[in-house]
Design a protein around this ligand. Structure first.
Ligand code: NAP
Length: 465
């Protein structure tokens, strides 16, 4: 029987309810020639992935993208199975029994390591866990961060590092206007953090942060922003490449960074310094294993074969006292049992979105990847839209060529019965909307945009209320 008709819809499982999952669902359901039914799975009861658990709480406007996701979710052919974990409640083999196609869009939830001595000292943490904690991710709500420390370093100068540095410097009044998790609001209220260093291994012209984000650091109400003048000046190579380039964004970025050079200490309680051309080579602890300092090496830049400027250590070292450190050097995807994985890149082994065997590169029929787990943790939320659309295009090509899975139970009713059996407490989209309403109501009571539920059991209580 032809797949993709009213009688026999194309049944697709999407794993991960973040932006990519929704963009893929939207592209699938917009299809005019093929009748598609989408079941979206997430291990959390709540949808939206990093829009809920990653985007900084003081960037509320960005979160309005979820309105578009809600429009997709309202379609009759869309179902949400929240609180259902692939690898625990259901397996890949199970999914192959119920769906013609599977898309993995579960992002990159782990982090990359620096690989230097002392990385495991008390006080050496990851930005990933701090971000998940302040955003109320249930798995991280009970983490503790020692904010009684005065000197904090953030390693890496991407936008996540910017978020972490900013949140450490926000006032309570500012945070009250956000949906930051209540436990984080409370902990940050008692924060003693006075000095924040954000440390980049390359120069201003190579910084991974975007212009809006670095500009924001210069506009904080509670912190003066600084750079080290020699580090903010471009080296000859960077200057030459920038002069020859038409990249106005980077020229502007360098301008914003250099505008911090004349800054002087004011009566603001905190100081935030963005450093360039420095790499930590060792974290130094005291006799109790508590982080106390970091040894940094000064870098110089050289042009690599691909034309980019890369850092190279010099012989110049310095020691910086810090008691708390967040490693923010990029996210990393995790494997799922039964799905080929490229461990060195931290992504599902794939060819443009088609899952392929890691060794032979042979296509695994019916399985696809999209978003960060396909290409790695790069780009902004919107970058995932064309990425998801590209994967869906391949899915349609494969469907037309008759290359799909052949599930024994290809109906919506059978899939639902199976999910119910595996995880009786699964969340539907209606359950989520009820939770959403309850969070907004709690927010209203406290004069905040939203107060998040951060415990699964509390979420379940709202569902069954
Ligand atoms: P990122 O943009 O890739 O930045 C990673 C940073 O870590 C870079 O500065 C990188 O330096 C540095 N790094 C990597 N390895 C290092 C090492 N061994 N030692 C020292 N530094 C090292 O990653 P991210 O900040 O985690 O962000 C992930 C993605 O989410 C990005 O695309 C980001 O733009 C996006 N995002 C966007 C927003 C927003 O739009 N507001 C907010 C948060 C995240 P090199 O450049 O030298 O490699």
């Amino acid at each position: 029987m032809t797949i993709g008709t009213t009688e026999n819809p194309l049944r697709v499982a999407i794993i991960g309810a973040g932006p990519t999952g929704f963009y893929a669902a939207d592209a699938l359901l917009k299809n005019k020639d093929v009748v598609v039914e989408v079941d979206m799975f997430d291990r959390l009861p709540t949808p939206y992935g990093l829009v809920r658990g990653g985007v900084a709480p003081d960037h509320q406007k960005i979160k309005s993208v979820t309105k578009a996701y809600d429009r997709t979710a309202k379609k009759d052919e869309f179902r949400f199975f929240g609180h259902v974990e692939l690898g625990k409640d259901v397996s890949v083999a199970d999914l192959r029994n119920y769906y013609h196609q599977i898309i993995y869009s579960y992002g990159a939830s782990s982090d990359r390591k620096l690989g230097i001595p002392g990385e495991d000292l008390i006080g050496s943490r990851t930005a990933t866990e701090f971000v998940a904690w302040y955003n109320g991710h249930p798995d991280y709500r009970d983490y503790e961060f020692d904010l009684s420390q005065e000197r904090v370093a953030v390693i890496g100068i991407g936008n996540v590092a910017m978020d972490v540095a900013r949140i450490l410097c926000r006032t309570q009044e500012e945070l009250m206007k956000t949906d930051i998790a209540s436990h984080a609001l409370e902990a940050l209220k008692n924060s003693k953090v006075k000095e924040v260093y954000v440390i980049g291994r390359r120069g201003p012209a190579q910084a991974a942060f975007t212009n809006t984000e670095i500009r924001e650091l210069g506009e904080l109400t509670a912190a003066d922003a600084f750079v080290v003048p020699e580090e903010a000046q471009l080296d000859a190579l960077s200057q030459q490449l920038l002069d020859e380039s038409t990249d106005r964004m980077t020229k502007k970025k360098v301008e914003i960074i250099q505008s911090f050079i004349p800054n002087k200490r004011t009566d603001k309680p905190q100081a935030l310094t963005v450093r360039f051309l420095a790499s930590p080579v060792e974290l130094i602890g005291d006799e109790n294993g508590q982080l106390k300092a970091m040894r940094l090496v000064k870098n110089e830049l050289y042009q690599s074969k691909d034309g980019s400027l890369r850092p190279r250590a010099t012989e110049q070292f310095e020691t910086l006292s810090v008691d708390l450190l967040f490693r923010s050097v990029g996210y990393r995807g995790l494997p799922i049992e039964g799905v080929p994985f490229n461990d060195s890149w931290g992504i599902i082994s794939n060819d443009g979105g088609r899952v392929v065997d890691y060794e032979t590169k042979a296509v695994i029929t019916g399985e696809y990847a999209a978003g960060w787990i396909k290409r790695g943790p790069s780009g902004i939320i919107g970058t995932n839209k064309p990425d998801a659309v590209a994967t869906v295009k391949l899915m349609m090509e494969d469907l037309a060529a008759g290359k799909t899975l052949t599930p024994a139970h290809p109906t919506a009713a059978e899939a639902e019965a199976f999910v119910k059996q595996q995880q009786p407490q699964y969340f539907t989209y209606e359950d989520w909307l009820k939770l959403d309403e309850a969070e907004l109501a709690k927010g209203k009571e406290q004069g905040r945009p939203r107060v998040k539920f951060t415990k699964i059991e509390d979420m379940l209580a709202v569902k069954s209320a």
